[in-house]
Write a protein that binds this ligand. Structure first.
Ligand SMILES: [Zn+2]
Length: 348
């Protein structure tokens, strides 16, 4: 096995498809903005805000997601949204990510009077400027949320359709999995059908802390092009075989799962089902999910997964290829890859 070093992985052109904008702020920005908006006291010790964001013990998904209670109040103005978007794209470029899809639920950024359209336009404009400055291609995904009434999600979908000119290429379903009654599923199935008819792609968080039946619902009812996490997929061999056969791209987030699962659920990273998914021939790509929560970047994500599963450089390259193959904007992903390869060749 060829050693896959951090430096080599950083230079390797990568695509990141599963990345939450609102979970991926720089630590220094979290500290600064948390004081500015009063989430922590002005004289709180340095690190006080990130101490409530970074996941440092494995106590389950609900506790891990409490960090968003600190992060979301920091993303309620155009200025803050633009800044965080710019910084994330800069960080992606430094991480060797040349194509990325940033996801967030824009309705969660309307607490101080912004409209959903304004949120999408602000992030889209900042992303386009950062793209021009860094060369990293960026598109947006709008998240519909679990745990809310379908009527709460409907305006998010409508705004996403209106804002395709701001770089929105798809919709996601994220958030709490409780309370998804048959009527709720029916209502969202209709929304995802409308999304697809309008030209948007669909990805769905499914099987992260749920049985494989959630992945079945995502594929059959929500018409998902890709599946986010798919952690429980290996528990259903028939469904796994179907996913492999249909060449569905799986947005795996192993270190996120490591931190959001208890030690009983996932003893160590090498026990993560991504190994079984790869063995079965599934189209897996790697992702960080929420960089503020997990303290990761994509280069190190590739390294720890390569180490945990003994992947060689050919297998790592296959994982990165799946990231590009799963892109919801194939033209931009291809252009990003072409430019990156050209630069590698120029630098000898
Ligand atoms: Zn996610």
């Amino acid at each position: 096995m060829v050693a896959v070093t951090d430096d080599a992985l950083r230079r390797l052109p990568k695509a990141e498809l599963h990345l939450h904008l609102d979970g991926s702020l720089r630590p220094a920005t979290v500290e600064e903005l948390a004081r500015e908006v009063g989430v922590v006291a002005g004289d709180a010790p340095q690190g006080a805000a990130m101490a409530r964001v970074r996941v440092t013990r494995r106590a389950g998904l609900l506790e891990a997601l409490q960090g968003f209670e600190v992060l979301l109040p920091l993303l309620q103005t155009k200025e803050h949204l633009a800044r965080v978007t710019t910084e994330l794209v800069e960080d992606l470029a430094a991480d060797g990510v040349v194509y990325s899809e940033l996801r967030f639920c824009p309705r969660l950024n309307t607490g101080q009077g912004l409209t959903i359209d304004e949120v999408l336009a602000t992030v889209g404009e900042a992303a386009a400027q950062a793209e021009a400055a860094t060369g990293t291609r960026v598109v947006l995904l709008a998240c519909l949320m679990g745990g809310v009434d379908p009527d709460w999600n409907r305006p998010v979908l409508e705004a996403a359709i209106r804002r395709m000119d701001s770089g929105v290429v798809g919709v996601d379903l994220a958030g709490p999995v409780e309370g998804r009654t048959p009527a709720w599923v029916d209502a969202h199935a209709a929304m995802f059908e409308h999304a697809r008819a309008s030209g948007l792609c669909v990805t769905v968080h499914a099987g992260e802390a749920e049985p494989p039946s959630a992945i079945r619902t995502a594929l059959d009812r929500y018409l998902a092009d890709r599946i986010g996490h798919a952690t429980s997929l290996a528990e259903d061999p028939d469904l796994l075989a179907e996913v492999v056969e249909r060449r569905v791209v799986l947005e795996c987030c192993p270190r996120s799962n490591y931190w959001t699962r208890t030690a009983e659920e996932l003893p160590e990273l090498s026990a993560h089902p991504v190994g079984r998914l790869l063995d079965a021939g599934a189209r897996v790509c790697l992702n960080t999910d929420d960089r503020s929560l997990f303290g990761n970047d994509l280069s190190s994500e590739y390294r720890v997964v390569a180490e945990a599963f003994g992947l060689d450089d050919r297998q790592v390259a296959a994982l990165t290829a799946n990231g590009f193959a799963g892109a919801f904007h194939p033209g931009r992903a291809a252009a990003a890859l072409e430019r990156a390869v050209g630069r590698l060749e120029d630098s000898g």
